[in-house]
Design a binder for this molecule. Structure first.
Ligand SMILES: CC(C)(COP(=O)(O)OP(=O)(O)OC[C@H]1O[C@@H](n2cnc3c(N)ncnc32)[C@H](O)[C@@H]1OP(=O)(O)O)[C@@H](O)C(=O)NCCC(=O)NCCS
Length: 171
């Protein structure tokens, strides 16, 4: 079923209602099979008060697409850069393959642009193609995540020409 009407919201974590948070968790549970409390704990521990949830809701106020946008410190060469980290990208299964994921990422790109920062995300190999279709670029250098070598894919909204980066947190 294609949507005739939907709503897009960028919500600061400090302002999110319990009801919306529950709906986000229920959507995440479609893909990441952990108990409700475990998702809740992860969100409490990994999303700070001034960071964001991007949601698309349908006309019944159900959350059909979600991602979070957080602040991430990068070390490249010997300098630091603050970037926006995108994580937990998901689209309700009953709406998959309709272009909602691409739409969600397009909106995310808009907000990242408005923050005047580079966007970063971590993903598994099979999803590189999806993110490239959303305008992101694969980083080809060496990556350290919380001081450990990271073997997954790292993508950026802008080309980054540096041989090595360190990412300070997961998101
Ligand atoms: C990945 C995901 C967000 C895609 O959402 P979606 O709404 O089905 O994607 P779209 O319909 O917008 O697809 C856009 C394009 O990407 C491609 N694509 C979608 N999912 C893909 C996947 N898993 N692997 C490769 N390509 C994919 C589509 O074929 C489409 O290409 P086209 O426009 O040339 O036909 C969704 O499948 C999802 O929620 N996955 C599970 C959660 C997950 O793994 N998230 C990533 C965390 S890093």
């Amino acid at each position: 079923m294609y949507l005739k009407e939907f709503k897009i919201q960028l919500l600061e974590n400090s302002r999110i209602s319990d009801k919306v948070r529950d709906k986000i968790i229920h959507l995440k549970q479609e893909y990441w099979d952990y108990p409700y409390e475990s998702h809740l704990k992860w969100m409490e521990e990994n999303i700070r008060e001034d960071e964001y949830h991007l949601i698309i809701t349908d006309s019944m106020d159900e959350v059909i697409a979600y991602l979070n946008i957080v602040n991430v410190s990068l070390t490249l060469n010997n300098s630091g850069e603050e970037v926006m980290g995108v994580g937990n990208v998901c689209v309700k299964k009953s709406y998959s393959g309709q272009g909602i994921g691409r739409l969600l990422m397009g909106i995310s790109n808009y907000y990242i642009n408005s923050f005047g920062k580079r966007g970063i995300l971590l993903c598994k190999q099979p999803l590189i193609n999806f993110y490239e279709k959303c305008g992101w670029m694969k980083y080809e250098g060496e990556v350290f995540l919380k001081d450990k070598k990271y073997d997954g894919a790292v993508m950026f909204t802008e080309y980054l020409n540096t041989p090595k980066i360190s990412i300070e947190r997961e998101f």
